[in-house]
Structure formats: structure tokens, C-alpha cells
Write a protein that binds this ligand. Structure first.
Ligand code: ARG
Ligand code: ZN
Length: 478
């Protein structure tokens, strides 16, 4: 991302938070529903054997001691008979019911992802819809998983937003972008505090000194894109020109960062309208963003309602980060990675959206920005050793995924011309809306739309651990 002329990039609140790397999948294996979902970078992430369609969370939060209690009801469909199955979860379950009947449960998993293993009284048969109700409690900021908690206490509440994983710190989940679901999230907090969530506010009721907020996210959503901000906020509501409700929330304690935050996140509606003109219809029922009174640096494209750390606005307005997180609503959120190694489909495209914004604003064309980013890294810069098309779990958010990833898109645009290039972007959205895709799927689409073999171009820009011979330019061989 660009600030003045300098390039800065969006990184998450907790820079070090990543799932444990490359531990072998747990022993129980396929057929029992108790190993990971099958992600090459994070073998323990997610769970096989079922597909969640809806999460209904009814929670109570106490900011004074960071205590979260409640019940999660998951509606899922089994893809095999389930004598037992696992969920990604780090708090303490008190009771588990499957289809209303008490189930046995235990904690499993070492080091990497911790699991809640459930043994139903009556195993769901293959291809059945079933419910799992988990009653639980705990202190999310202290829940341990060999990685820092994604749940952060703030001056007057808490915030949770992290990638590639944040959900297991506050609800039981099939934590992989391949298993998307809709969400009802209802949280009771002391009266005077607000709760910001994904989607639209369904209801807000104050009774006996507490207020319960109920948010609903009505389109398929990957678990890591679920967010919660609890604290004192000023909420504003508007709409895009296209009629999408826009809910923004600014922490009451933002102080001197408040004006810059408003000048940036306040442009959400305008940016969504512009991005819709390039990428196709906005994929969700709501939009917005929130800036809680949180420490740390970073931003995350939490679905419909990106999270922005106040530090993003410490040096003045930073519209680029808003352009970036909103572009993710198409690239990353509606069309999600099939595996985490496909992260270029998310970060490369969101970064390229910033270059398109600059082009529109007259502050440098995408071609110029690609040339600038290329020149900034000499051939012996380790930057070029990370291939954006398969960066490795440890380099999932390496600057190469963002910057070289965007250069790859500029190289594609130079090769195809604007008409075919933007057709590819829109067609990717149309064909995979609310779904997933791999880098190879995208390569195949570009070849189908253009009628040209493009293997070499992607090999050069995405998969070679070395600097390409020249920056993307109009003279690139056709
Ligand atoms: N998707 C986020 C963004 O580009 C970055 C998340 C980085 N995550 C991390 N654990 N470093 O806005
Ligand atoms: Zn991003």
C-alpha cells in the first residue's frame, strides 16, 4: 500500500499469529472425521467428514475479566457416517449435544491446532443434516494453542480479527475457508457498550443493565472472516449508490486518530461503488468497517466489515488500506482460497486494486507502480526468492505475495489488453461467487478467456524463485 510515496503494507494485528506449520495430520485418519480438512500448509486446520452451513452463537461477555460464556449451535451436513468428529476450539466445553442428545466429548490435539472431539450418542449417517450444540466458557485472550491469542482485550472491551485463524479462540468451528457458512452472532454486554459484528444488526435490546446485540451475516463466510468488536463506538449508517447498507464504527477513544480514520473509512461507500464497476456486483448484503480502540498495527478484510487498527491512521488519512480491504470482499471473501497456498488470489488482487485506484486518482498508473516495485528490489534481493503462487506457510503474508503478486497481474494485463483482462476478473467473480478457487483454476480461466497459452507468464511471475528478466511492460513478448 502507498502512503505519500512510500510503500507500506497491511499486516494483521498480531503479526506472529499463524497456525503451526507442517505437523503431520493427526493419527485417526480419513473415514473417522478426526484429522484436518486437508490443507497442505496447515494439515491440522479444519476437520473432515462434515460441512457446516450455519453458526448460531449466543454469548455473554464480561469485559472486566475477559470472560466469554454461551452456546454455539452449528447446523452441518455429514459427508460420511460420523461415529465421532472434531471441531477447532480452544475454550472449555461444558456440554455437547448432537441432534439434541448429550454427546461425549474430549480435548485432542497437541501443539498445533487443538480440537474438541465429539462422540455422538447416535452417529449421524452419511449425507444427513445434523446440529451440534456446544455450551462453553473461558477467557479467550488467554486460551492457549502454541500461538498468540487472536482475541485482544481493549481499553473498554475486546476485538477479534486475524488470518489465517481467529475463530477457535471464541467459538467451536470447522476452521478452514473451504467450509463457509452463514452466521447469527448475539452477544450480551454491559449497557453502555456496543458490539460490532459482521453483516446487519438484527436487534438490540437493553434489559437489567445489559444490552444484547444480534448480528447476522447472511452470505457464506469463511470462519477467519468472522469478527467482533466490543467497546464504546460511534456507529454510523449509510448506503452505497447501489443501495448496500454501510455500517461504520469508530471507537470513542480514538482521539487524534479519529479524523484520519473517518476521512479514510468514511469513503467506504464510494470505494465499493468504484470497485463494483470493475469487479462486478458487490457480493454481500452489507458493508462498512470498524476502528476499535485497539493497540497494534494492521487491518483485516473481515466480511462486510473490515477491521482497521487505529495505528493505520496515525500519520493521517490512509485510503489505500480501505481500497485494499474492500477489494478483498470480492477477492478472498466471496471467492476464497481453496488452500492457503492460493493466498495470491487474495493478497495479489487486493494489492492490484490499490494500483488501479492510484491509476484512477492520477497518482501513478498500475504500469508505473509495477515498474517502481520491480526496480525497488535488486536481483539479489531475497524478495525474489519467495514465489507468490506457492510461498510456503511461513511466507504466506510475505511482501512478495502482495507486491510481486500484483506485478503478476500487471504482466497479465499487458499480455491480454484491458478488455480481456477485466473480463477475466469479472468472470472469476461470476463463476466462483461465494465459493473457492485455486491458482491453477485462475490460470485455466485466463487461458480460456484469452484463447492463449499463458503457462509461461505465470511460471515467470508466480512460481520462479528469481527476479523476472524485466518489469511488466507493453513490450513483453506476446
Ligand atoms: N489479509 C490481511 C490484509 O492484507 C493480512 C493478514 C496478515 N496476517 C498475518 N497473520 N500476518 O489486510
Ligand atoms: Zn490483504
Amino acid at each position: 500500500m502507498l502512503r505519500s510515496s512510500a510503500v507500506r503494507s497491511a499486516v494483521a494485528l498480531t503479526v506472529a499469529a499463524c497456525l503451526g506449520t507442517a505437523a503431520p495430520a493427526s493419527a485417526t485418519g480419513p473415514g473417522t472425521g478426526t484429522s484436518g480438512i486437508g490443507d497442505p500448509y496447515y494439515p491440522d486446520a479444519g476437520n473432515p467428514g462434515y460441512d457446516v452451513s450455519h453458526y448460531d452463537l449466543r454469548l455473554t461477555y464480561r469485559p472486566e475479566d475477559d470472560r466469554l460464556d454461551g452456546t454455539a449451535v452449528l447446523t452441518a451436513r455429514s459427508t460420511q457416517r460420523l461415529p465421532r468428529f472434531t471441531l477447532d476450539f480452544l475454550l472449555d466445553a461444558q456440554e455437547v449435544r448432537v441432534d439434541g442428545r448429550k454427546a461425549a466429548f474430549t480435548r485432542t490435539g497437541t501443539g498445533g491446532t487443538r480440537k474438541l472431539e465429539v462422540t455422538p450418542a447416535v452417529p449421524p449417517a452419511a449425507g444427513r443434516t445434523f446440529t451440534v450444540a456446544v455450551t462453553y466458557g473461558g477467557t479467550p485472550s488467554e486460551a492457549k494453542d502454541g500461538r498468540p491469542s487472536a482475541w485482544h482485550r481493549t481499553a473498554d472491551g475486546a476485538v477479534v480479527a486475524d488470518e489465517p485463524s481467529s475463530a477457535p479462540w471464541w467459538y467451536p468451528v470447522n476452521d478452514h475457508p473451504r467450509d463457509k457458512a452463514t452466521y447469527d452472532v448475539s452477544v450480551s454486554v454491559p449497557a453502555g457498550l456496543q458490539v460490532v459484528g459482521n453483516g446487519l444488526l438484527v436487534s438490540q435490546r437493553t434489559e437489567g443493565g445489559r444490552t444484547r446485540y444480534h448480528w447476522r451475516s447472511a452470505r457464506p463466510q469463511a470462519p477467519y472472516l468472522t469478527t467482533l468488536g466490543i467497546g464504546r463506538f460511534d456507529l454510523t449508517t449509510g448506503t452505497t449508490a447501489g443501495g448496500i447498507p454501510v455500517v461504520t464504527a469508530y471507537g470513542k477513544g480514538l482521539g487524534d486518530r479519529r479524523a484520519a480514520a473517518t476521512a479514510s473509512v468514511g469513503r467506504t461507500a464510494e470505494i465499493i461503488d468504484w470497485e463494483s464497476s470493475l469487479f462486478g456486483p458487490y457480493p454481500f448484503e452489507a458493508a462498512g468497517g470498524f476502528v476499535p480502540d485497539a493497540d497494534g498495527y494492521g487491518a483485516l478484510e473481515t466480511q462486510t466489515r473490515p477491521f482497521y487498527a487505529p495505528a493505520m491512521f496515525a500519520d493521517g488519512p490512509f485510503v489505500d488500506v480501505v481500497v485494499h480491504e474492500l477489494a478483498h470482499q470480492w477477492f478472498g471473501n466471496s471467492v476464497s482460497v481453496e488452500n492457503w497456498r492460493d493466498i495470491w488470489l487474495s493478497e495479489g488482487f487486493a494489492t492490484y486494486a490499490q494500483w488501479l485506484w492510484s491509476e484512477k486518482e492520477g497518482t501513478g498508473t498500475a504500469r508505473e507502480l509495477a515498474a517502481h516495485a520491480y526496480a525497488k528490489h535488486p536481483a539479489d534481493d531475497p524478495f525474489w526468492t519467495v514465489p507468490p503462487g506457492d510461498p510456503g506457510a511461513e511466507n504466506q503474508f510475505h511482501p512478495a505475495v502482495y507486491q510481486r503478486g500484483a506485478m503478476a497481474l500487471q504482466a497479465l494485463r499487458e499480455r491480454l489488453g484491458d478488455t480481456a483482462f477485466f473480463t477475466v476478473l469479472r468472470q472469476w467473480q461470476t463463476e466462483r461467487r461465494h465459493g473457492n478457487g485455486t491458482v491453477q483454476d485462475f490460470v485455466r480461466l485466463t487461458e480460456r478467456v484469452s484463447g492463449r497459452p499463458l503457462h509461461d507468464l505465470f511460471a515467470t511471475w508466480l512460481f520462479t524463485p528469481a527476479r523476472p528478466a524485466a518489469p511488466p511492460s507493453p513490450t513483453a513478448p506476446a
